[in-house]
Design a protein around this ligand. Structure first.
Ligand code: FES
Length: 191
């Protein structure tokens, strides 16, 4: 019986990988195929010796692969660690670091902490939303190219207003500069 349940989880896992696998990328920018992603998750579990006590680092590493924690993958990890899926879901929802929603290839974070807010983060946010067709309730573009998030403080208040695109911090941002940065990314993506 246990084997049947395990197989079902794995089937879902494969299905998910074929849905998202070839279009998503790691933070390194490296494109992973569906099979490579499955192998990565298996490697992560192996490196952590299938220890439930290593759940947080395991989930962090899995999120690196998928850029979020898909439900089917959490089920798969639960099966492999032999712990209830609810426990994994509990950890994943408790820590703000984990995301249960798919994220776009490029992550844009606009700081709306006090210093950035005072120096004009709001018009930047509006400009980026307008540029990407996003709203307060829609934070990822339909083509999965961009996800927009606001953060409370990035610890770079001297550079306010601050916007981070993937790993790059951009200070003294303006709505025009923000839109120009997005245009640059779009140009590179189309090249
Ligand atoms: S308030 Fe924006 S970096 Fe601190």
């Amino acid at each position: 019986m246990l084997f049947v349940i395990s197989l079902k989880a794995e089937e879902q896992f494969f299905k998910l990988n074929f849905l998202w696998g070839v279009t998503m990328t790691e933070t390194t920018g490296q494109v992973l195929t569906a099979v490579e992603k499955i192998e990565k998750v298996r490697e992560i579990l192996k490196e952590n010796e299938y220890k439930p006590s290593r759940l947080i680092p395991i989930l962090q590493a899995v999120q690196e692969v998928y850029r979020y924690l898909p439900k089917e993958v959490m089920n798969f990890v639960a099966e492999e660690l032999k712990i209830p899926a609810g426990k994994i879901y509990g950890v994943a929802t408790f820590y703000a670091h984990f995301s249960l929603d798919p994220k776009g290839k490029h992550l844009i974070r606009i700081c709306d902490g006090t210093a950035c807010h005072v120096r004009g983060s709001e018009p930047i946010l509006t400009a980026v939303r307008n540029k990407l067709g996003l709203t307060k309730t829609k934070s990822t573009t339909d083509d999965m190219l961009f996800t927009l998030e606001t953060v409370s403080c990035l610890g770079a208040c001297g550079l306010a207003p601050v916007m981070v695109v993937d790993e790059d911090v951009h200070g003294q941002m303006t709505p025009d500069k923000a839109v120009a940065l997005i245009d640059e990314i779009l140009k590179t993506e189309k090249a």
